[in-house]
Every structure is written in structure tokens, then in C-alpha cells.
Ligand binder design. Structure first.
Ligand SMILES: [Zn+2]
Length: 469
């Protein structure tokens, strides 16, 4: 029998492993970030559209807003919504001058009939939600500040379409069908995938393999191995953005010519800010490969496995921020700041209860509350204001939707680290099933110091390290 504790133990071990890769690869991610536009993506809470992997953006490089069906109040008084966009716009203004930030509001649909639950699989209604956001956001910012796009994910294959202001769609699924692409390697030029990478650092980091070798198999390392994936993302973004500025004929030796021609042809009439052209081409090429990987994977699966991939299969609800390293379809994601967290929590609960009919769980429903911290916590008040009290407020919301019949993990993480540090802000709460409390030894003004907190965090990580050896 698997208990809620067992679940969280495995879940946190996976998180430690992923966050360790992120830490080791922070130079690669920083390099990617320097060339990519600052990006904000608004999405549904559906676990199948989780994360930025389908776009080719490493965890930590995209800011997400998530609401059920992407329904949101666009009133100026919805502070969280507008502030989230303002943060990205100002980040771009000061850190990537001359490259506007990018805003994409994504809907999702499914050819196998498993569309957006929040819109009862009605694609027209799902589109209205993102159209309203695009219209209102375009009113607030100039194209030079924030380039506003719509998006549409086909959750069966993870093919994405970017939707421009005149309705033009740059659609991976259409390109795949028009160019007859079958395998992930097909989107690239044959000469590129069959040779070793020309950049020595990338080549070393991917163990001197050719892209073709990394793209082969049902679970190609190109996507499945975070190390390899981050290095290839960085290399391809750099190569594509450089060649678009310098020598486009060279670009035709990386990406298959008919694919590139179709991309350029589709967006010819669009007024895309010059520094965004490369990133948009990169994102499309990556998504085509990613979607072909999903299509190939689906073909190799049993009926039951295929259903698990196509339909909802989330195991827990995650409430808060910082869940980017979780795999797709692992959790229903509820963000604060829609103005109505309860409604999203209710949807999350319904999805989990429905999933448990098909995928039995021995334990209570699972909720993970995480608060993301920017910078360091120097004083106890930093912890209390930014983490402790916020967890309490969120815990109250979870309680009112889930009652006592729930197993909860509460934690905080740093924005660039994505490592969950479990904390307990009320020790007598029996719903908090995970025993570790990183803050416990220093949780008061008289005991707290940043150095001691760092030591506790390191100890927590070491425990997992010892166990896995
Ligand atoms: Zn949805």
C-alpha cells in the first residue's frame, strides 16, 4: 500500500534530482535567457498543458499565469493579473532593451475529444477567453514593450499554434502535415542531425553524440534527459537567432528548407519586432520536433498507457508557484491571483476525484502548497511575511474546499532553484503528512539567521543525497 507520505517522499526525491540539474546547468540557462525574450504565458490549470517544454524554453525562463479555462477578470482592480505582466514588461525594459517581452494566452483543444474541461470542450468558448485577454492587453502596451500573441495547444500531440493579431496561425500541426514530417529528426536538415555539434561546449555536454542519436527511440534523450535538453535548447536558440541576423542560407542547413520556407511564408505579413523573429522561428521548430516525439510515443503505447497520456491523469493538486520542473500531466495547477482561488481549487478537486476512479490511490487526495521566494530571507520577518503567513492563507482556502480529508505538503522554493523545502507552519495540523520541517530549528526572531537557514536547507538536501547512494 502506498501512503501519502510515500508519495511525497518519491515526489521530493525527483524534485531534488531535477533542481540539482538546474543548478548545475545554471550557466547554460543564463546563456539561453540572455538571447530569449522575456516571456509570460497565460494558461489553463489543466496538467496536460503544464510547463514550457513544448516551447523549447528551460524551466525558470517563462512566467506563467494559470486559471481554469484561462478565464480571468481583466478589470484593472485585478492587481495580480496586471502586476504579473508588468513584472515581465519591466524585466524586458531594463534587461533586454530593444527586445520586447512576449505575452501568449493559450487555449487548448484535442482531436480525440478531450478538450478544455472548464469550457466543456467547446473550442469557440475557449478561444473567447484568450481573445479577451489579447484585446485588453494590447490596449495597455505598445508592440515595442510587449508583443501579444494567442496560442492553441493540441493536447494529444502537444502541437502548438501561435495566433497573430489578424488571426494568422503559425501552426506546428499544419507544417507537420504539409511537409510530411514523421520523426522528430525530420524537422532538421539531414546534414545537421547526422554530424556532431560544432560548438565544443555543447558537444561535450551532450557526450559527443550526434543530434540524430539523441533523437532516436521512443523516449529520445533530446527531450527526456534534462541535461541534454537544456543544452540543445541553448544551442538551437543561439544558432537560429544568430543565423537569422547574419546568414539565412546557413539556417537552411540546420532546419529542413521546406519547413523554413513555410514558416517564413506564413508570417511574412506580420509585423514581428526584428529581435523576436529568431526566437519565434526557434520556438516553432522546437515545437514541431516535440510534437513529433509525442506522436511517435503515442503509437508505441498500449491502449491504457495512451489514455493516460491523452486524458487527465494528474495525481495531485499544486497550489501556488514554482512547479515548473514537474512533468506534464502530473498535477493540476492552481495559481493565486485570479481573484477566485476557490473556484480553481474546486475544479482541481473534481479532476483528482475523477482520476482516482481510473487510477486507484490508497491515500487521501493530495495537495502541495508551495510559495516561491525571490532573493534571500535575511530576517525572520522575511520568512513570516513571504512564506509562513502566505502558506497559512492558502492552507485556509485548501481547507474550505478539501476539508480534513486531504494530505498536504507545504513548502517554499527559490525562484531560480525550484527545490521544494518542506515547512510546517502549524505543527499540530494532522493533514500535514510530511514530517520534515526545514525551518523548525530557526523559526523565531531569536533563533533565525540566513546562515543557519542555509545550513538547514543544505542538510535537507544531503539526507536525500545519502539515501540515493
Ligand atoms: Zn482547460
Amino acid at each position: 500500500m502506498k501512503t501519502a507520505y510515500d508519495f511525497f517522499q518519491t515526489y521530493l526525491a525527483e524534485n531534488i534530482a531535477d533542481s540539482d540539474v538546474l543548478q548545475r546547468m545554471q550557466n547554460v540557462i543564463a546563456e539561453f535567457s540572455a538571447r530569449a525574450p522575456k516571456m509570460i504565458v497565460m494558461k489553463c490549470i489543466d496538467g496536460r498543458v503544464h510547463g514550457s517544454a513544448a516551447k523549447g524554453y528551460p524551466p525558470t525562463t517563462v512566467v506563467f499565469g494559470r486559471t481554469d479555462g484561462n478565464k480571468v477578470s481583466l478589470d484593472r482592480s485585478n492587481f495580480w493579473y496586471w502586476n504579473r505582466i508588468d513584472r515581465v514588461v519591466k524585466n524586458a525594459y531594463f534587461n533586454t532593451p530593444q527586445t520586447p517581452a512576449v505575452f501568449i494566452a493559450f487555449m487548448h483543444h484535442s482531436k480525440s475529444g478531450l478538450g478544455c474541461a472548464s469550457h466543456q470542450s467547446n473550442d469557440v468558448e475557449a478561444y473567447k477567453s484568450i481573445e479577451m485577454q489579447m484585446t485588453e492587453v494590447r490596449k495597455q502596451y505598445s508592440d515595442a514593450e510587449l508583443f501579444v500573441l494567442g496560442g492553441d495547444t493540441e493536447t494529444d500531440t502537444m502541437a502548438e499554434a501561435l495566433i497573430f493579431s489578424d488571426g494568422t496561425r503559425l501552426d506546428s500541426a499544419e507544417i507537420i502535415s504539409y511537409c510530411n514530417l514523421v520523426k522528430p529528426a525530420d524537422v532538421f536538415h539531414k546534414a545537421f542531425v547526422s554530424q556532431k555539434i560544432d560548438d565544443i561546449a555543447t558537444c561535450r555536454n551532450i557526450n559527443h553524440q550526434t543530434p540524430l542519436a539523441l533523437l532516436e527511440g521512443e523516449n529520445p534523450r533530446f527531450f527526456a534527459n534534462l541535461d541534454v535538453c537544456l543544452n540543445m535548447q541553448n544551442y538551437l536558440l543561439r544558432t537560429i537567432t544568430t543565423l537569422i541576423r547574419k546568414e539565412r542560407t546557413e539556417l537552411y542547413r540546420i532546419v529542413r528548407p521546406d519547413v523554413l520556407d513555410l514558416i517564413f511564408d506564413t508570417i511574412r505579413e506580420q509585423k514581428i519586432p526584428v529581435n523576436l523573429l529568431g526566437p519565434i522561428v526557434y520556438q516553432t521548430v522546437w515545437n514541431i520536433a516535440y510534437s513529433l516525439y509525442h506522436t511517435t510515443l503515442l503509437k508505441s503505447l498500449s491502449e491504457e498507457q495512451r489514455t493516460a497520456l491523452l486524458d487527465h491523469a494528474e495525481e495531485l493538486a499544486c497550489y501556488g508557484d514554482g512547479f515548473e520542473t514537474l512533468p506534464r500531466n502530473k498535477s493540476v495547477l492552481v495559481k493565486t491571483g485570479r481573484g477566485n482561488d476557490m473556484e480553481a481549487l474546486h475544479v482541481a478537486r473534481k479532476v483528482l476525484e475523477k482520476n482516482r476512479v481510473r487510477y486507484h490511490q490508497d491515500h487521501k487526495l493530495l495537495v502541495h502548497i508551495n510559495v516561491e521566494v525571490n532573493g534571500q530571507m535575511m530576517e525572520w520577518e522575511d520568512f513570516n511575511d513571504n512564506v509562513g503567513s502566505r502558506i497559512l492563507t492558502m492552507l485556509r482556502n485548501v481547507g474550505s474546499v478539501f476539508g480534513d480529508d486531504v494530505a498536504i505538503l507545504t513548502s517554499y522554493s527559490y525562484r531560480n532553484e525550484k527545490r521544494f523545502y518542506p515547512v510546517k507552519i502549524s505543527r499540530e495540523d494532522s493533514r500535514l503528512v510530511y514530517p520534515v520541517d526545514v525551518i523548525a530549528p530557526v523559526n523565531s526572531i531569536s533563533k533565525f539567521s540566513n546562515m543557519l537557514l542555509k545550513a538547514e536547507e543544505a542538510l535537507y538536501r544531503m539526507e536525500f543525497f545519502k539515501e540515493s547512494r
